[in-house]
Design a protein around this ligand. Structure first.
Ligand code: AP5
Length: 204
């Protein structure tokens, strides 16, 4: 199964894709994670995109498309994947159609007020990478993890990311609706319920 996962910042894409990947063996590919890793390594790509990520602005299509195409080319043939955070523009969606055989585009539908609440409370462990929310952080995470706030989770960057979603990614939702691949899912249930719904799509 080759799947695209759409939804505004904070909709829970990373949370549910991680859970489904663990349960099914399908690969979870997050362009945000790939860019953050490049920034951390201070690679040439990381140096080019660091300021864009921090501000909550999209990375240019040419760089993003090349990154995903190269990443998919390194995967063994026949392995399924969930693309989280790609495509985010119509040119990215059109390019993807040329090098992958996308079977479904799942849209996590979550109201804007709720995603702002989730992003403001999100913390990521700087050691193990686990994602939490201050509203629901388990007691053992508070003991064993070193939770930090993502740089682009400050109010100004959150606003810019939501603006980018409305202007540039909503047309991608329409693109997949037109091609008949769109599968909207209510993303307001608990993470495990949303993951179950995504797993149903993955298992066809
Ligand atoms: P990226 O990392 O993709 O950020 P995003 O799309 O803004 O998504 P997030 O990671 O913020 O949210 P999420 O939906 O994964 O939610 P999460 O599961 O963490 O991209 C970052 C940047 O990289 C972009 O701004 C851009 O600069 C660049 N970039 C990436 N891809 C690009 C592309 N294709 N083109 C150009 N530039 C690109 O959950 C959020 C919080 O909610 C957590 O605290 C979680 O615990 C909680 N939560 C999750 N699910 C639930 C639930 N069901 N109920 C209650 N709480 C929940």
């Amino acid at each position: 199964m080759q799947l695209v996962l759409l939804g505004p910042p904070g909709a829970g894409k990373g949370t549910v894709a991680t859970a489904v990947a663990i349960r099914t063996g399908i690969r979870h590919i997050s362009t945000g994670d790939l860019f953050r890793a490049a920034v951390k390594e201070q690679s040439p790509l990381g140096r080019r995109v660091a300021a864009l990520l921090q501000a909550g602005s999209l990375v240019p299509d040419s760089l993003t498309i090349a990154l995903v195409r190269e990443h998919l080319a390194t995967m063994p043939r026949g392995v399924g994947f969930i693309l989280d955070g790609f495509p985010r523009t119509v040119p990215q969606a059109e390019a993807l159609a040329g090098f992958a055989d996308i079977e479904a585009a799942v849209e996590l539908v979550v109201p804007e007020q709720e995603v702002v609440r989730r992003l403001s409370g999100r913390r990521t462990c700087s050691a193990c990478g686990a994602t939490f929310n201050v509203a629901s952080m388990p007691a053992n995470a508070a003991r064993f993890c070193s939770p930090v706030q993502r740089e682009d989770d400050d109010p100004q960057a959150i606003r810019r990311r939501l603006d980018a979603y409305r202007a540039q990614t909503t047309p991608v939702v329409d693109y997949y609706r037109t091609t008949g691949l769109l599968r909207p899912i209510d993303g307001t249930a608990t993470p495990s319920e949303v993951a179950d719904r995504l797993r149903t799509v993955v298992s066809g």
